[in-house]
Ligand binder design. Structure first.
Ligand code: NDP
Length: 561
């Protein structure tokens, strides 16, 4: 496979700084064989010069592409004409300096054709890009199977049309020019990776890369105003395309939106903090402790209470049942039909509370109407409340007293500790303040032992929340909003814990689980991240098991542990 990296329109020296700072690591991490970079705005926002191009080549770019601004530095026209690593729009009139397509050698030895085109809708006059690309493809045909096209055009329709025109004939067609990345990346049916616009590389605290005050003044007064590239909120935009060099067909395309901080190399290898191993270690601990109880003649037992037929609850109940059974804990399933009243549920929970053979009670939320989940939770004797949701246990956690800690936040902490993530003195931002996840997670992380400085965000935190999240050394996402945490919420090198669980439809009428974090984008920024599924979820189940054993230990006080 040949891995191509395309860097979207580099805007002035801030954009070049991002390329210098981020490219080496990106190349290493994605095993990039060829870097193509649009340079038409790289010299102070307008055009390119010999020195600016050298800067980009020295940073690791292999081929530069252009657009309508390529000629803005008039004294560089000669350079553009002679630089064999630069490709200018192909559909310009005969006699224009430079070449509109070139075949270059990628680092894996594969020949790659690079074509640059310019659009005709709302752009300066140019020859037909569709017919020109046919000519370019015919010229490249015998030399390269892998072909990358940068179509520098204003309108979405023209770029989408070009994508279909090229499907099966080019490996990738990526649009440039608008400086705003679109989210329509896909591999077209005949194998052409497509994205309408790759965005830009430079300062995003701007109007498409240029200082926003000056740009605004232009719009407000219509007076000429000198535009300078912005250096606020630096980011790299681009795409990764993987191509099968035997066929020239793309197998994947992935958009990149990478925040860049001066002096911080953003992308060390991202560790995958999977839950399987730490959950296994918790389950082994629970099993060993359960065995001690069994050997002493005590049989730990959990009551799993549910009301109604919530499909997600059924899955969670099954997992908890299996994990408890495996650890040697007996489970009594107490399943009540939808329509059971709150009084009836409370009475049943109280009976279980009074039963000395039951050591833990877990009420699986949500309860089918009209039963009130909170009333059911409060009916559990606090010493059997293995979910830790009873007000007394919530208060004990807040006061640092022994009690039961809710399984999910407890699982988050155990997972971080298992992977030896430094916590003491670090800054955690917890997104979400529910009593089940966010608030207890924040309490735990700030408690003695974890010793973190904690910020809690919620739905009323406002637009500043993203900037707060970007200060986090450890970012815990528990908002219940699919992919709310995108790459620009994450500080380079941060550790990201994704608690969210969402079922997402995928083509073919299937579905898969995903989280509150846009994993594919964030993994390029974070130093470590939990996956969904397979991250926090297994920890939650394991901690329910451990909490049940702890409850049994406390109730069988004669047993020494
Ligand atoms: P809740 O809906 O109870 O709480 C969500 C929290 O996120 C609230 O505090 C809410 O704020 C906040 N929030 C919502 N929208 C925004 C927003 N746009 N910006 C900032 N904050 C926001 O959810 P849970 O805490 O129960 O669960 C969170 C996620 O974790 C869900 O996806 C759930 O499925 C998953 N989960 C996973 C578990 C596991 O084992 N992995 C276990 C339990 C839950 P406010 O308080 O202002 O409304």
């Amino acid at each position: 496979m040949t891995n191509l990296l395309f860097i979207a329109d580099v805007i002035g020296s801030p954009g070049r700084e991002v390329v210098r700072g981020a490219l080496a690591e990106l190349k290493r991490r994605h095993d990039i064989h060829l870097v193509i970079c649009n340079c038409e705005n790289s010299a102070a926002g307008f055009g390119v010069t010999r020195d600016v191009a050298r800067d980009l080549f020295d940073a690791g770019c292999d081929v530069l592409t252009g657009g309508n601004h390529l000629w803005d530095k008039k004294d560089s026209i000669e350079y553009i004409g002679e630089e064999h690593r630069l490709v200018r729009p192909a559909n310009l009139p005969p006699g224009t300096p430079g070449e509109g397509w070139r075949v270059v050698r990628a680092s894996n030895g594969v020949s790659v054709g690079v074509i640059n085109l310019i659009g005709r809708v709302f752009m300066k006059e140019a020859d037909c890009p569709f017919r020109t690309v046919d000519t370019a493809l015919a010229a490249i045909d015998k030399q390269a199977k892998v072909v990358f096209v940068d179509f520098h055009a204003e309108t979405t329709a023209e770029k989408v049309a070009m994508g279909w025109h090229l499907d099966g004939r080019a490996s990738a067609m990526v649009g440039t020019h608008t400086h705003v990345q679109t989210a329509d990346d896909r591999v077209l049916p005949k194998g052409t990776a497509f994205l309408t616009d790759a965005g830009m590389t430079g300062g995003f605290d701007s109007v498409i890369g240029m200082d926003r005050q000056a740009a605004l003044k232009r719009f407000l007064t219509s007076m000429p105003e000198r535009l300078q590239p912005s250096d606020g909120d630096l980011r790299l935009n681009g795409v990764l395309v993987t191509v099968d060099e035997a066929t020239g067909k793309a197998t994947s395309i992935q958009r990149l939106q990478i925040p860049y901080e001066k002096g911080v190399t953003s992308t060390g290898t991202c560790r995958l903090l999977t839950g399987a191993e730490p959950a296994e270690s918790v389950r082994i601990e629970a099993k060993l402790r359960a065995q001690v109880l069994l050997d002493a003649g005590h049989a730990p037992k959990l009551a799993l209470v549910s009301v109604g037929e919530d499909p997600a609850s059924k899955v969670y109940l099954k997992k908890k049942f299996e994990a408890c059974t495996e650890a040697g804990i007996a489970v009594e399933k107490v399943t009540m039909p939808a329509g059971t009243t709150t009084d009836e549920v409370v009475r049943r929970v109280q009976q279980l509370g009074a039963d000395p053979s039951i050591h833990g009670i877990l009420v699986q939320l949500p309860l089918a109407a009209p039963a009130d989940g909170q009333a059911a939770l409060e009916a559990i004797p606090p010493f059997k409340d293995v979910d830790g949701f009873h007000p007394e246990n919530a208060g004990r956690l807040a006061l640092g007293l022994p009690g039961f800690v809710p399984a999910t936040p407890y699982g988050v902490v155990r997972l971080l500790q298992y992977y030896e993530i430094p916590l003491k003195g670090k800054h955690a931002v917890v997104l979400g303040r529910s009593h089940i996840v966010g608030r207890p997670a924040a309490t735990l992380l700030s408690s003695k032992g974890c010793d973190m400085t904690v910020t809690i965000g919620h739905s009323a935190s406002g637009p500043e929340l993203r900037a707060l999240a970007r200060q986090a050394d450890v970012l815990v996402a528990a908002v219940g909003k699919r992919h709310m945490v995108t790459a620009d919420w994450v500080k380079p090198g941060a550790v990201v814990v994704d608690v969210g669980i969402h079922r997402m439809e995928v083509p073919g009428g299937k579905s898969r689980l995903t989280g509150d974090v846009d994993f594919e984008a964030v993994k390029h920024i974070a130093s470590a991240i939990t996956p969904v599924p397979g991250g926090v979820g297994p920890m939650t189940v394991a901690l329910v098991v451990l909490n049940t054993v702890i409850a049994a230990e406390r109730q069988c006080a004669a047993v020494s542990v």
